[in-house]
Design a protein around this ligand. Structure first.
Ligand code: NDP
Length: 334
């Protein structure tokens, strides 16, 4: 393993960013204003194409480019119904970075790279990371169990997944799931990541187009209020809504061991849009990570990135999180 080939600097060169901080391309919770704010602060902003019709994606890319000449990314879940049309757009527009998820990277990686894009695939296990590397991707995102929204079936936490993926592949690994501040960035880098991707943290920003009621609910959320649900269909981490909400209905159906048909008809269509974009806390899906318990402010996305960078840099001079000691293991010699 050649570690020097995947330092944070190498990842920044690959993504053409100043900092190894990526805003995830979440469904219903991204837009050009967010992407531009993150990009201008030196991170990588990502449009989540999974919830955009093809015209909307083209329009959002044009809006990003009208405001910002730097790098940005688009995330495409490979199970998206009109995936060919999205890919055509990305190649025609020569989008700098493409994140693919929820499917095999074999079909599109080579074509996207030939069109000039850097390609990153999201994985939830070392086995998938190896397949992605073999398909020729430039980097992988290792996304742990803590993450919001669609998630792996393996339930491997970021703390366990990250070193396993780092040891398995030779390309840069981006940590995701539970990352939200300078401490978690440092922890991810300590485990061998070249950078981090944050989703939930960027939902709670001024520029995020998620509905205000969804953001308020996240601000109120405490520990243990999210759960990985709907594992029979596509596992997704959801936040509890009011009593009797969709969350409770799914929990009840799962406790009753309902079969896939029952779960599918309970899910219906368009729940994610209802919850996150339209703010229907009762009937919608509220996709957010475990870290929601720690999020209760709503900074501008640029200030958020800059704040994390400043705090990270201050660790050198001011020490780390309260109680952290570099020399902890030599405190009490026998
Ligand atoms: P649903 O089937 O419940 O609804 C589809 C939603 O996507 C609708 O709200 C629709 O908007 C919108 N949409 C955008 N483009 C299209 C299109 N070309 N055809 C049909 N609908 C479209 O899906 P979900 O809400 O559960 O999932 C939304 C997206 O999330 C999926 O399209 C998929 O890309 C992604 N996803 C990602 C997964 C992952 O693991 N990363 C797993 C599962 C889904 P409108 O209401 O305006 O018609």
């Amino acid at each position: 393993m050649n570690c020097s080939a995947r330092t944070p600097q190498v990842l920044c060169e690959l993504l053409r960013t100043q900092h190894p901080i990526i805003q995830a391309g979440m469904v219903w919770c991204t837009g050009s204003d967010l992407v531009v704010a993150v990009g201008k602060a030196g991170g990588l902003g990502t449009l989540g194409a999974g919830s955009m019709y093809p015209d909307e994606l083209r329009d959002e890319i044009a809006q990003v480019r009208a405001q910002w000449g730097g790098p940005f990314a688009v995330n495409v879940p490979l199970l998206y119904p009109a995936v060919e049309e999205h890919m055509e757009t990305l190649m025609k527009e020569r989008v700098p970075v493409v994140f693919t998820s929820a499917g095999s990277p074999r079909k599109w990686t080579e074509q996207l790279k030939s069109a000039g894009s850097t390609v990153v695939h999201v994985v939830s296990s070392a086995a998938f990371a190896l397949k992605a590397e073999a398909a020729g991707v430039d980097a992988v995102v290792a996304e742990g169990f803590e993450a919001g929204g669609h998630n792996g079936r393996e339930e491997t936490t970021t703390l366990c997944l990250l070193p396993e993926v780092v040891d398995a592949v030779n390309i840069p690994v981006i940590a995701a799931g539970g990352i939200h501040d300078a401490r978690s960035l440092l922890a991810a880098l300590a485990l061998g990541a070249s950078g981090v991707q944050m989703g939930s943290r960027f939902v709670m920003t001024q520029e995020n187009p998620a509905h205000t009621r969804f953001k308020q609910r996240i601000a109120e959320a405490g520990a243990g209020e999210t759960r990985l649900m709907l594992k029979q269909l596509t596992p997704v981490r959801l936040l509890r809504g009011p009593e009797g909400s969709f969350f409770d209905q799914v929990a009840e159906a799962e406790a009753a061991r309902s079969d896939s048909d029952v779960m599918r008809s309970l899910l219906g269509r368009g729940r994610a849009k209802r919850g996150m974009r339209e703010g229907d806390l009762m009937e919608g899906e509220l996709e957010i990570g475990q870290v929601s318990a720690l999020l209760n402010d709503l900074p501008g996305a640029g200030d958020l990135v800059q704040g994390i960078v400043d705090r990270y840099r201050s660790f050198r001079t001011e020490g780390m999180a309260p109680g952290f000691h570099w020399d902890a293991l030599s405190q009490n010699p026998r």
